[in-house]
Ligand binder design. Structure first.
Ligand SMILES: C[S@@+](CC[C@H](N)C(=O)[O-])C[C@H]1O[C@@H](n2cnc3c(N)ncnc32)[C@H](O)[C@@H]1O
Length: 303
């Protein structure tokens, strides 16, 4: 057996600092993933009676995290679900309003490196890309059943891919496409090959677009942000980690709206990026962007 795939939590120290975890507080990790951030929160809670509600839409991630974090016993409550239902997930856990809420968006290495999940263009696997196996549409269905026009729009909108039309045309010509690596080849061939033009793999943007569409990630994020403050106590903090500009734009806009309405104070005047040292140790951190806000109002004495 190989060693288990480790997901290194991005901007960990910074996220913990903004969350200001108190040993008796209540916290929510809306994207528990492999439990990297969750574990550090739980280490503080272990000094008191605090609780962490860990949520993920991927049952495999939850099983992994539950196992990794079992030493924390009942201080960790785990729930399967989409964070766009954060209010009902929090209510179902029977916890008081939270002192902190973390969402570390996107995929974990556990998902990316599992060929059978279909997220990676480097590993041959089925074109699946669902974070939650209960999601109705797979990437294979989108790739093989969408019109050329719809595919081009999707790749442009969610992948910010300027060659979206060429790519969509090539996909339609090559259909049916069943495997990740087949799709990666079709996309690579469709893009004009000028050496040095692409610093990233030519299929990166198309794969990102399909993943965002399959999981309706930006819609979930908007709904989540619309509900996030409702689960927080006054003075409670929300920390968001985004990995590409589309996500970060949604976060930034929500934070600006909170600031305008006086519902929350934005703690990060500028987006926080990982240090050079962190990127050197963990190249995946490269695109990380952290924003934090604090819900307005003051905590009642003794709470
Ligand atoms: C980057 S990983 C989190 C890694 C985690 N912070 C750690 O240190 O191990 C993102 C996780 O969020 C989950 N996820 C993404 N979108 C979600 C959503 N809308 N609702 C719930 N979980 C989601 C993914 O399944 C994935 O496991």
């Amino acid at each position: 057996m190989g060693s288990p795939i480790l997901h290194r939590p991005v901007l960990l120290r910074e996220a913990l600092e903004f969350l200001k975890v108190r040993p008796d507080g209540t916290y929510i990790d809306a994207t528990l993933g492999t439990g990297g951030h969750g574990e550090e929160i739980l280490k503080v809670l272990r000094r008191g009676k605090g609780k962490l509600l860990g949520i993920d839409r991927d049952p495999a991630a939850l099983a992994h995290a539950r196992d990794r974090l079992r030493e924390f016993g009942e201080q960790l409550i785990v729930q399967h679900g989409n964070f766009d239902e954060i209010d009902s997930l929090h209510a179902a856990a029977g916890l008081p309003p939270a002192d902190g809420l973390l969402a570390d968006l996107g995929l974990s290495s556990l998902q990316l490196e599992d060929a059978a999940r279909g997220f990676s263009f480097r590993l041959s696997g089925p074109l699946d890309m669902r974070m939650d196996p209960d999601t109705s549409v797979t990437a294979e269905e989108l790739v093989n059943r969408s019109s050329e026009h719809k595919l081009a729009d999707l790749i442009f909108k969610f992948g910010e891919e300027r060659h979206s039309r060429r790519i969509a045309r090539a996909i339609v010509k090559a259909r049916p496409i069943r495997k990740t690596t087949e799709l990666a080849q079709v996309v690579t061939r469709a893009i004009p090959s000028r050496a040095g033009l692409y610093q990233i793999h030519p299929a990166t943007r198309t794969f990102m677009a399909l993943r965002l569409a399959v999981n309706r990630e930006l819609e979930s994020l908007e709904t989540f942000l619309g509900r996030a403050l409702s689960v927080l106590a006054p003075g409670g903090r929300v920390v968001l980690l985004a990995f590409h500009s589309l996500e970060d734009r949604v976060v930034k806009r929500a934070f600006q709206a909170w600031k305008r309405s006086g519902e929350a104070v934005v703690l990060t005047r500028k987006v926080v990026r990982p240090s050079e040292e962190e990127v050197r140790a963990n190249p995946r951190a490269r695109s990380g962007r952290l924003r934090a806000a604090e819900k307005s109002g003051t905590r009642e004495a003794g709470t």
